[in-house]
Ligand binder design. Structure first.
Ligand code: NAD
Length: 311
């Protein structure tokens, strides 16, 4: 187990002196890129997982992605074939919320729309045992507000994984105003079991990583919009000048320009500060449906090999 901690992390037994409530079975709602990654790391850590999606066809696709990603880990000798097979066998897929009845923690990783998440909690919570905790992987929505909509705000918490989940080491943990200490400790212990390092963020718009990262991306789009540099010049400058592994525009395409825009809107509205105004060029790309890698066009054209800068 990775025992890395950073300054924002409390020891697992802080305040209580008691071992945290052990999470033995996990549910995941949403089998998209994040949900399938979360199921992947939970299953590899030995936890039985129930993975649910509203779209039945998303489930075999998620299982196939998980198998492919684990094959890569086998090829790199990070896990054995036996560990891969055992992990895949621990993931049960379902479209029925009743499958969550024995879970100790359900992590919601559905589409980043508040109305979608609230509707999921309404359907989900009647199927949960009273002790079951509920986490959201939201990138930006208020944990306090999401938790308040449920029957268990004290057991509700933000568990913000990074993309791609099996590779990225960080999980941000966000307590809502009502989240109790036992839930916080159990969530920290779960993250440690998944070999993740945690960083604790207060419940403010976009938390820590996206509060800093996405305005930087937005500024890179402004630099492009104002003609300070071309796509290639901006990305090369930040890769070689700031030692970033990816340029900001390349990273924006990877995250999804729609996601970047919606995080800027949450920051702009949530903090009422004009410094967070989304760049008009970012808005225009999203309006055009040029969302980055997922639509094969964003700041780069992914139909070309290697991808060609579009400006
Ligand atoms: P995605 O579009 O890949 O997956 C979302 C999944 O939710 C889809 O499979 C969809 O069918 C499912 N879904 C939608 N409505 C549902 C419902 N009512 N019931 C059950 N399932 C439903 O999105 P994603 O990138 O995996 O993002 C999921 C969450 O993770 C969002 O809250 C997002 O902000 C957050 N997040 C995303 C990233 C990222 O880089 N993509 C990083 C960190 C956190």
């Amino acid at each position: 187990m990775d025992a890395d901690v950073d300054d924002g992390v409390l020891p697992l037994t802080a305040n209580t002196g008691l071992a945290p409530f052990a999470i033995e079975k996990v549910g995941v709602v949403g089998a998209g890129q994040m949900g399938n990654g979360i199921a992947h790391v939970c299953a590899l850590a030995g936890l039985p997982v129930v993975l649910l999606d509203a779209r039945a066809e998303a489930l075999p696709a998620a299982k196939a992605t998980m198998a492919r990603n684990m094959d890569r880990q086998v090829a790199r000798e990070l896990i054995s074939e036996a560990e891969r097979d055992a992990a895949l066998a621990r993931v049960l897929t379902s479209t029925d919320y009743a499958s969550f009845e024995n879970c100790d923690m359900v992590i919601e990783a559905a589409t980043e729309k508040e109305a979608v998440k609230l509707a999921i909690y309404r359907t989900l919570t009647p199927h949960l045992k009273p002790s079951c905790m509920l986490a959201s992987n939201t990138s930006s929505i208020s944990i306090t507000r999401l938790g308040a909509s449920t029957d268990r705000p004290e057991k509700f918490i933000g568990m913000h994984f990074m993309n791609p989940v099996p590779v990225m080491k960080l999980v941000e943990i966000i307590r809502g105003i009502a989240t109790d200490e036992a839930t916080f400790q159990a969530t920290q212990a779960l993250a440690a079991k998944l070999s993740k390092t945690t960083s604790v963020s207060e419940d403010f718009p976009a938390f820590i990583v996206n509060r800093i990262l996405v305005p930087m991306i937005n500024e890179a789009v402004y630099a492009l919009y104002e003609g300070v540099g071309s796509v290639a010049a901006i990305d090369t400058a930040m890769k070689l000048g700031a030692n970033h592994p990816m340029g900001p525009l390349e990273l924006a395409d990877f995250i999804g320009l729609d996601t970047c825009l919606s995080i800027m809107q949450v920051l702009y509205e949530g903090l009422s500060d004009s410094k967070y105004r989304p760049c008009p060029l970012l808005v225009k790309y999203v309006e055009a449906g040029w969302l980055g890698r997922k639509t094969r066009r964003g700041f780069y054209d992914y139909t070309q090999t290697p991808p060609r800068p579009t400006r």
